[in-house]
Ligand binder design. Sequence first.
Ligand code: APR
Length: 179
Amino acid sequence: MLAQFGICWVELVQGDITHQKTDAIVNAANEQLVGGGGVDGAIHRAAGPSLMLETKKQYPDGCPTGSAVVTAAGNLNARYVFHAVGPVWRGGIRKEANLLESAYQRCLELAVVNDCQSIAFPAISTGVYGYPSDLAADVSLSTVRDFVVTKQRPELVRFVLFDAGTLGAFSRVLESMTV
Ligand code: APR
């Protein structure tokens, strides 16, 4: 599914984010930046060991929840990886929505600062961190829409959703934004 907001496009696809060819690929990382399963594991495997070496060297203190840091992309078909740390879902009463919004916002700012015309996001926090997909879709897509409408960059924001359920949740929200 593809939607236009001003001069920018928001696209939803089902697939593996490590196969994307975009200027930036976003990783769903943890605060320690030590790697993990899910998207994090897949990105580090596909990118190769340089990614972990660079995060360790450049960010020895990790990255706080709600923020993101940038590295090169190793063997991935991208210029950068943005390592974003989404919140762990604790029932919605621990500012999870604000933290998820700010993780997306920071990635979009990094895209602009690093002159990226395209960026691929996974559904941050919706795996191990347990954020319900429909609620995450709401926060993620509103943050992206508001950013591209205001800044008119990046040109393409692609959400790469691993399973049909998550794609369905994001599609319903994006559709409701375009009617
Ligand atoms: N491509 C795209 N999406 C993927 C991929 C992939 N290769 N693998 C998993 N996903 C999906 C999951 O199905 C889920 O919808 O990405 C979403 C986010 O899931 P997680 O990777 O578990 O990320 P998150 O919930 O943010 O948890 C982060 O998990 O791997 C650890 O180190 C990571 O501790 C951190 C935590």
